[in-house]
Design a protein. Structure first.
Length: 397
């Protein structure tokens, strides 16, 4: 990434990582990502907000050189995760006079993760300010978006909120603002699903805390920046709410076609009943797309064959991800085919038990589905429709 000016003496100096394929060795990155770092030159002091993933440190240094930065007074760390904090130890060596500003929890993490000595820190509390001369940084604790130590910085004079992971997106672009909503909205939604969805309650609380700030720019640490008229604030309100839509998500695997026939039948039966269906053939689909679909769905139906007496391993993996992402889902069921015996339903129901879904009668058939099995699938579709109608009448959909 080339250095980009946001406002007078405020720059984006981070790095774009177009080639990264996975985040946390888990999350697919179809559009790459960026590690946004921001430089603020005040009339008296210079501050750097967050760093970059360590392999991109030379890019950050080059960007600082381009701006003739010889001295940094403060390095602000909003979040201990290494995609933002990982270069801080190197920065502290290269800028020996810099103080590292963060909150107490994050300090403890950075001491553990990066072995930064305590003497380099300046600890701030919620609401504290630090002046750079003609610019004032205000720090606000925003715990659990998505680690316990996360915080944001509000630059009062320029009305910029530096939000770190909050409001981010894994989307690599040279453009500071990216106006193609058709592209950025789904990228931000995937990011929310993969990273923020389990912490909806904290997100709502933190948005409440930030809502009265006069914000002209939100500058996250991944992806493009946002203006007030952009979609991100309203989208976060919707995604973090507990409301679901009249939608069913069906992740499935089929070894010899029997489960697939059932899935396709159920898809048509649900669509006929006016329900939106999103299907994910797990050996081909991107798990990020499945996660994004789970933001809205009221119901999940898992389709799996029985292999070695249990669900297909890809389904176990997906079910575990669904469990840890803690979507708003209200109802669930399991469909599939088996050859002789197994505990497919028990194993899957156990994995997702913490979601406390109402489980509608599973449809598990021996071999290829028969007329009577399709009838059961139609009844399952009826059951889902009835539950969704109840939600609708309760205004929860
Ligand atoms: Fe972008 Fe939680 O790190």
């Amino acid at each position: 990434m080339v250095t980009q000016k946001i406002r007078e003496n405020i720059y984006s100096v981070g790095a774009i990582d177009r080639d990264r394929k996975l985040f946390d060795e888990l999350i697919p990155l179809p559009d790459g990502t960026s590690y946004n770092s921001y430089l603020i030159k005040g009339s008296e002091k210079v501050a750097l907000l967050d760093s970059v993933d360590p392999p991109m440190y030379s890019t950050l240094l080059d960007n600082l050189k381009n701006l003739s930065v010889e001295k940094i007074d403060y390095i602000i760390s909003h979040h201990g995760e290494q995609d933002h904090s990982g270069s801080i130890a190197m920065l502290l060596k290269d800028f020996p006079d810099a103080r590292l500003i963060t909150n107490k929890k994050c300090m403890s993490m950075l001491m553990d993760l990066l072995q930064v000595p305590e003497s380099r820190f300046k600890v701030v509390e919620d609401g504290d300010t630090v002046t750079l001369g003609d610019k004032t940084l205000q720090f606000m604790l925003t715990p659990w978006v998505h680690w316990p130590e996360t915080m944001v910085t509000y630059l009062k004079e320029a009305k910029i909120l530096f939000s770190c992971d909050f409001f981010g997106s894994h989307y690599a672009t040279d453009e500071l603002f990216f106006d193609d909503r058709e592209i950025l909205y789904p990228a931000a939604k995937r990011y929310f699903a993969e990273i923020m969805m389990p912490f909806r309650t904290s997100i709502r609380k933190n948005m409440e805390k930030l809502k009265d700030l006069d914000i002209e720019i939100i500058a996250p640490s991944h992806g493009p920046l946002h203006r007030p008229e952009d979609f991100i604030w309203d989208a976060y309100k919707e995604w973090s709410s507990e409301a679901v839509k009249n939608e069913v998500v069906i992740p499935y695997v089929s070894m010899h076609g029997s489960t697939e026939v059932m899935v396709k039948y159920l898809e048509k039966a649900l669509a006929k009943r006016g329900i939106t269906v999103k299907i994910f053939h797990l050996t081909e689909s991107d798990l990020g797309d499945l996660a994004a679909a789970l933001i809205d769905a009221a119901t999940i139906v898992i389709g799996t064959p029985t292999i070695l007496a249990g669900p297909h391993p890809n389904i176990i993996y997906a079910a575990y991800l669904v469990k840890v992402l803690r979507p708003k889902l209200k109802f669930g069921s399991i469909i599939g085919s088996f050859g002789w015996a197994g505990k497919t339903v028990e194993i899957l129901a156990d994995i997702i038990s913490s979601l406390k879904l109402e489980i509608l009668e599973p449809v598990i058939v021996k071999g290829y589905p028969k007329e009577s099995d399709f009838k059961l699938l139609a009844e399952l579709a009826d059951g889902i429709l009835a539950r969704h109608k109840e939600l609708l009448s309760d205004n929860k959909i």
